[in-house]
Design a protein around this ligand. Structure first.
Ligand SMILES: Cc1ncc(COP(=O)(O)O)c(C=O)c1O
Length: 433
C-alpha cells in the first residue's frame, strides 16, 4: 500500500506511462486543485492555465453555479437514469438551450460524452440521412489534410495527418483534400486565392469520387494544426454552395471553436455560414463533466422523424445525456449566456492581440480569433522549447510543430492576460534569441 500518493515517483512506471500524454511522463506533474484560472500541483507549484486545460475550462476551476448544479443533481438521487427507458430534465433543458444558442435552423440535439463521439455520430448520421432519402451509396466523407477530428476509428480516419497511419487501416471511405492554409504555404497564394483553389479542389474531389458516393464534408472553422489562422471569409460560403450543389452534408467540427471561443457563440457565426451538422464538445460543460453534442439542422433531422415529430437516431451510448454531465452542461451554457461573456471575450481578445504583437515583435506571427490564439515561431528549432520555457515560468500553453497555442479561460483577468503575454514574449525571446 502506498502511504503518500502525492509523491508521483512512487507510482510504477507502467501506470505513469499510460495515464497521460508525453509531457506527463517527462515532467511527472500531478495537478491537485485549481482556483479561477490557476492550477496547483503536488509539488506546491502554481500555474496560470492559458490553454483552458485543452480548450475546455472556460469558466475556471471553481465555477460555483456549475458545482452547485452538479451537487444538487447528485443530492436529488439521480446520478444516472436508465437510458433505454427514459431521459432526464437536465438533458431536455440542455438540448433546448443548445438549440437556442446555435445558428438559426439548427433545432435538434444529440447529447454525447466526448468530441470524438460527436464526430462518429456525425459520420453515422450523414450516411443514414442519405440512405433514408434513397441514396445509400452516398457514404464517403471528405475532410482536410492537416486537420484533427478525434481518436476513435472514424474520427481518426477523418484526421488528416500521416501519424494516424501507425494505428493500422483506417475507416474506409475517408477522403482528404488540401486546406486553404496549405495552399498559401505550398503554392504562395494569397488567402483569397487559396480559399478559391481549396474550394475548387473539394468540388473536383466530389466529382472525381462521384457525387452519388459522397455523404459529407467535415471541416474545422479554425484548426489547431493550421496555426488557428483565419481562412478567407468566402471559403466557407463556397463550401456551402458546393455541398448544396452535390447534396453533400456540410459538417463543422466545432469541438474547439464552440461556446464563445471565437468571440461568437460558434465558429459558424464567426465565418457566417450555417452548416448541416455541428459537432460540439470541450467547453460545453466548462470541463466539469465529459459532455459533447451533435447539433443538427432541421432539414437533416426531418427524414428521421416519426408522425409525432420524434427523432430516432438508432445508436446511443450508455452515458449519453447523463444527468450529472447534463447538469454541468446546462449550468455552463446558462452561465455563458446569462453572464454576458461575448463582449468580455472580444475585449480580452483585442488586449491579447495587442500585448502579444508588442511582445513578440517580428519574431513570431500571432493569429487570434476570440480567445483562440496560434503563434507561429519560425526561428525556433524546436517549438516544444517555447512551451517548456512558458511552463518553467508558470504559464501553461501548448507546443505545436509551428509554435504554440493559447486559449485563455473567459474569466481571465486583464492582469493575468498581461502576465501570460509577458511570459510568452520572454519565452519566444529565450528560444529564438
Ligand atoms: C477539432 C477537434 N475535433 C475533435 C476532437 C476530439 O475530441 P475528444 O478528444 O473530446 O474526443 C478534438 C480534440 O482535441 C478536436 O480538437
Amino acid at each position: 500500500m502506498r502511504a503518500d500518493t502525492s509523491d508521483e515517483m512512487q507510482w510504477p512506471a507502467h501506470t505513469r506511462a499510460f495515464c497521460a500524454e508525453l509531457p506527463f511522463t517527462q515532467r511527472t506533474t500531478i495537478f491537485e486543485h485549481g482556483k479561477g484560472i490557476q492550477l496547483f500541483d503536488s509539488r506546491g507549484r502554481d500555474y496560470l492555465d492559458a490553454l483552458s486545460g485543452v480548450f475546455v475550462t472556460c469558466f475556471g476551476y471553481d465555477c460555483e453555479p456549475i458545482i452547485e448544479a452538479m451537487t444538487a443533481q447528485l443530492r436529488r438521487g439521480l446520478a444516472f437514469q436508465p437510458p433505454l427507458h427514459g431521459t432526464n430534465h437536465n438533458a431536455l433543458r440542455l438540448a433546448a438551450a443548445l438549440a437556442d444558442l446555435a445558428p438559426e435552423g439548427i433545432t435538434t440535439v444529440k447529447l454525447l460524452s466526448g468530441g470524438s463521439e460527436a464526430v462518429e455520430a456525425a459520420i453515422r448520421l450523414a450516411r443514414l440521412y442519405h440512405t433514408a432519402r434513397g441514396k445509400p451509396t452516398k457514404q464517403k466523407i471528405i475532410s482536410h489534410y492537416e486537420s484533427y477530428h478525434g481518436a476513435t476509428y472514424g474520427a481518426l480516419a477523418l484526421t488528416g495527418h500521416p501519424g494516424v497511419g501507425v494505428f493500422g487501416t483506417p475507416m474506409p471511405g475517408a477522403v482528404h483534400t488540401l486546406p486553404p492554409e496549405a495552399l498559401v504555404k505550398k503554392w504562395g497564394l494569397t488567402a483569397e486565392e487559396a480559399g478559391q483553389q481549396a474550394a475548387a479542389l473539394i468540388e473536383q474531389t466530389i466529382e472525381a469520387e462521384g457525387p452519388d458516393n459522397v455523404a459529407a464534408l467535415v471541416v474545422e472553422t479554425f484548426s489547431q494544426l493550421r496555426e488557428l489562422a483565419t481562412t478567407d471569409p468566402g471559403y466557407f460560403t463556397r463550401l456551402r454552395e458546393i455541398c448544396d450543389r452535390h447534396e453533400v452534408l456540410l459538417v463543422f467540427d466545432e469541438i474547439v471553436t464552440g461556446f464563445g471561443r471565437t468571440g461568437q457563440n460558434f465558429g459558424a457565426d464567426t465565418v457566417g455560414v450555417t452548416p448541416d451538422l455541428i459537432c460540439a464538445g470541450k467547453g460545453i460543460s466548462g470541463g466539469y463533466a465529459p459532455l459533447s453534442a451533435l447539433l443538427m439542422h432541421e432539414r437533416v433531422s426531418t427524414p428521421f422523424r416519426d408522425d409525432n415529430g420524434h427523432m430516432a437516431f438508432g445508436t446511443t451510448h450508455t452515458f449519453s445525456g447523463n444527468p450529472i454531465a447534463t447538469a454541468a452542461g446546462l449550468a455552463a451554457v446558462t452561465h455563458f449566456t446569462e453572464g454576458g461573456f461575448l463582449p468580455r471575450i472580444q475585449h480580452l481578445s483585442a488586449r491579447l492581440r495587442q500585448n502579444l504583437t508588442d511582445a513578440v515583435g517580428d519574431k513570431a506571427t500571432v493569429n487570434i480569433t476570440g480567445l483562440l490564439c496560434g503563434i507561429s515561431v519560425p526561428g525556433a528549432d524546436d517549438s516544444d522549447l517555447v512551451e517548456a520555457a512558458c511552463w518553467r515560468n508558470g504559464v501553461i500553453v501548448r507546443g505545436m510543430p509551428y509554435g504554440i497555442m493559447l486559449a485563455p479561460p473567459f474569466i481571465t483577468t486583464e492582469a493575468q492576460l498581461d502576465t501570460i503575454s509577458a511570459v510568452v514574449g520572454a519565452a519566444i525571446d529565450e528560444v529564438v534569441g
